[in-house]
Design a protein around this ligand. Sequence first.
Ligand SMILES: Cc1cc2nc3c(=O)[nH]c(=O)nc-3n(C[C@H](O)[C@H](O)[C@H](O)COP(=O)(O)OP(=O)(O)OC[C@H]3O[C@@H](n4cnc5c(N)ncnc54)[C@H](O)[C@@H]3O)c2cc1C
Length: 336
Amino acid sequence: MKIIKNKSLKKINTFGIDISAKNLIIIKKEKDLFQLLNKTNKKIKILGGGSNILLTKKVKGILAKNEIKGIEIIAEDEETALVEIGAGENWHEFVLWAIQNNLGGVENLSLIPGTVGAAPIQNIGAYGVELKNVFEGLNFIDLETHEEIAFSKEACNFGYRNSIFKNELKNKFCITRVYLRLKKHPHTLNINYGIISKKIEEQKIKNPTIKNISDIIINIRQAKLPDPKKIGNSGSFFKNPEVSKKKWKKLKEKFPEIISYPLPNNQFKIPAAWLIDQCGFKGKKYGNTGCYKNQALVIVNYGNATGKEIKKFSKKVQKAVYKKFKIQIFPEVNIW
Ligand SMILES: Cc1cc2nc3c(=O)[nH]c(=O)nc-3n(C[C@H](O)[C@H](O)[C@H](O)COP(=O)(O)OP(=O)(O)OC[C@H]3O[C@@H](n4cnc5c(N)ncnc54)[C@H](O)[C@@H]3O)c2cc1C
């Protein structure tokens, strides 16, 4: 197994931060990871596509980049297909594969960067759909006990951009395979999200297909979000905060124009983008960083920002939001 020493990670993190890893290893098969675990006592960190991390310092120990590939239908019935996907597959390429194979359920998650293996960690979501809607199970290798473990959906404890992998199991595992159950034709489309139904109407699509939905979402995302190849970013930097009904009422009195969505648990979700925008950050540059002009929730690297500079800026945003609204917002991005 080849260890690449002091490798710059600039090209493999979407923020485009120029920081290196002391030891980088590519994992192509489960056996590569077992071999590594048997050989070293060093701390191992796992990297997927680098689209949800902010690098603030050199990565010590070993950084193992997951490139386990393979997409295969392993079981099917009349209505559904169970698909096994290697954790190192690119998420969007997998979505395109599903559409080509006329399998529905992931079309709303088109163009989300990163790998399939990272998708369960924060239960990726977009346009009214979350990974958990199609998730059946996964395999991971425990980095402490070296065991290969299978988890069902229930065991993953999925929540909003959350799972057991961000909590009890944080940094203790490497996901190797993911199992998703996709729906055969006729598909169940998720088109209730305002902008999708609007686009379907505008384009006069009578019987929308999963390909139509995917194309619409790709267009919306390309217009709204910066392409990391041109402007470094990690998508939404913060999670949308949830507040109690009592708190929401107070906010509504003070800021009648506040945007909010009621949740089943009597809480209200407030878009972090709105809060940040109200604090005047949208489109403003602070040194090499700032909030993107079309979407305040996306912190960008205008070229030469360091991870520390972006982290410092993110704290400034958090403080300003707290000062104005008394709401704490927390990063969705993993800060390393
Ligand atoms: C432009 C843009 C748009 C985005 N839009 C969305 C969106 O709409 N919805 C959404 O949910 N997210 C979005 N994201 C965030 C990101 O795409 C997802 O979080 C994605 O799942 C991260 O995948 P990755 O492979 O790049 O993970 P990485 O950034 O490589 O890693 C993220 C974390 O997961 C861990 N990890 C990665 N792979 C494994 C593995 N196999 N086993 C164990 N640990 C692992 C890493 O150690 C790290 O802690 C967006 C990002 C960008 C840049």
